[in-house]
Design a protein around this ligand. Structure first.
Ligand SMILES: NC(=O)c1ccc[n+]([C@@H]2O[C@H](COP(=O)([O-])OP(=O)(O)OC[C@H]3O[C@@H](n4cnc5c(N)ncnc54)[C@H](OP(=O)(O)O)[C@@H]3O)[C@@H](O)[C@H]2O)c1
Length: 398
């Protein structure tokens, strides 16, 4: 696709009320002439959604939760902004003719809308990693078949994208994903066993939504990213390493066969990778704090600890197993993380539920999206049963 840098680009933001979504709104609102807004979507935060729709003069605002429709309609009455509700309406919003779609819904709920944008050949800024984890091979086939452009927004994958030689993939020897190590990097298993929701979401370097914050605490986030990197860049699992780098300055690295290692650096501000995708192939200015390496002074690195953080091993095993294993991993993880956020299970139960679900269910090949949905639903059912079993025994006060 030939993309004219600096030309106006209409945008749709799926998940506009979330952490990535609001930061995208922030960037888009700085240049409304260049980035006219087609549609914004949320799950049920209608107050913020209506505010954003008015602020950006969006053509349409959609809530996934039908119960929130009346309120959204009321908030936008007299504005001329179209309103709709339901998960089909979210996918229909992605079908509207925006040049650029930010996929920033959390979890597998983003599958259909992301696919809708891909199927009309849009430029898709891709934050919603669970979608690639649950249906990676099929999604990449759809991207190819429809001539869509997938631009990673995860800071690690954006970093790799910026230094990856797509013309000479054979010259890439290794991808190195950096990880902050999360809030429990220096904590022992006894601490983690008693960890609260508040402790788990208190990320040391990034300010993010609740689910990804817990994923960072278990390091499942890095496991999901490893699977995401495999599908995005076509590099086998054994050539993707994880490196703990607590300062989150180096956002990831690519090693080439000659021993050269290229990296992208910056302050930990998601507006930088979002802006990279929003302006691509041009660069656009952001208010992100500039990187001052003298101030940063010391950058440190350590190997991930597989004993304290088994999630990484589970993700590698799921990718090696293939078929529906990553789908099961991600769906079980979504269920377990939500249960932890609802204080129904303990922090270490998350990895246990994911491992048990992965062991209990068959890893069938994923021939089509129906198979993905089935594997996803089976894993959710299995994991929910395990959550309920824990809930039936005393969980104490969380
Ligand atoms: N936050 C980050 O810095 C960051 C960095 C890299 C990658 N990511 C990835 O980006 C994605 C979004 O993360 P986030 O931190 O921005 O999440 P978040 O703050 O929880 O926001 C999620 C967004 O999705 C909407 N949503 C939730 N459930 C939905 C459903 N069933 N149907 C339709 N919309 C739904 C939410 O609407 P409501 O507000 O109405 O609930 C919200 O707009 C995740 O996949 C995450 O892993 C995030």
């Amino acid at each position: 696709m030939v993309v004219k840098a600096d030309a106006p680009r209409s945008v749709t933001i799926l998940g506009s009320t979330g952490s990535v979504g609001t930061q995208t709104v922030d960037l888009v609102s700085r240049d409304p002439e260049r980035f006219p807004v087609e549609a914004l979507t949320a799950n049920r935060n209608v107050t913020l959604l209506a505010h954003q729709a008015k602020q950006l003069n969006a053509r349409m605002a959609v809530v996934a939760d039908p119960a929130a429709y009346a309120e959204l309609k009321k908030l936008l009455s007299g504005t001329g902004i179209e309103v709709a509700a339901g998960s089909e309406a979210v996918a229909a919003a992605a079908e509207r003719p925006a040049d650029w779609v930010m996929a920033a819904i959390v979890g597998a709920a983003g599958l259909e809308p992301t696919l809708a944008a891909i199927r009309r050949g849009a430029i898709v800024a891709f934050a919603n990693k669970e979608v690639l984890v649950c249906a990676g091979a099929l999604m990449m086939e759809e991207v190819k078949a429809h001539g869509a452009t997938l631009l990673p927004v995860d800071s690690e994958h954006s970093a790799i994208y910026q230094v990856f030689d797509f013309e000479r993939i054979d010259s890439v020897s290794r991808l190195i994903l950096t990880a902050s190590g999360g809030p429990f990097r220096a904590k022992d298993r006894a601490f983690m066993a008693a960890a609260t929701r508040e402790q788990a979401v208190a990320h040391p370097t990034w300010d993010m939504g609740a689910k990804i914050s817990v994923d960072s605490a278990t390091m499942m986030n890095k496991g999901l990213e490893l699977i995401e990197a495999h599908f995005l860049f076509g590099i086998p699992e054994e050539r993707i390493d994880v490196l703990v780098h607590p300062q989150s300055v180096i956002h990831s690295l690519v090693e080439y066969v000659d021993g050269s290692v290229l990296a992208q650096l910056g302050t930990p501000d998601m507006r930088t990778p979002i802006a990279y995708a929003l302006g691509w192939p041009a660069r656009i200015a952001t208010p992100a704090e500039r990187l001052d390496l003298v101030k940063a002074a010391t950058l440190t690195f350590e190997a991930p600890d597989p004993v304290r953080f088994p999630a990484l091993r589970l993700a590698r095993a799921a990718l090696q197993s293939g078929g529906g294993a990553p789908t099961i991993l991600s769906a079980a993880n979504e269920v377990a993380v939500q249960a932890f956020l609802d204080r129904r299970i303990g922090f270490l139960d998350i990895e246990r539920i994911v491992e048990e679900t992965l062991t209990a269910l068959p890893h069938r090949p994923l021939r089509d999206l129906a198979a993905v949905r089935e594997a996803d639903a089976d894993a959710r059912r299995d994991a929910a049963g395990r959550v309920a079993a824990i809930g039936a025994t005393a969980v104490g006060s969380r």
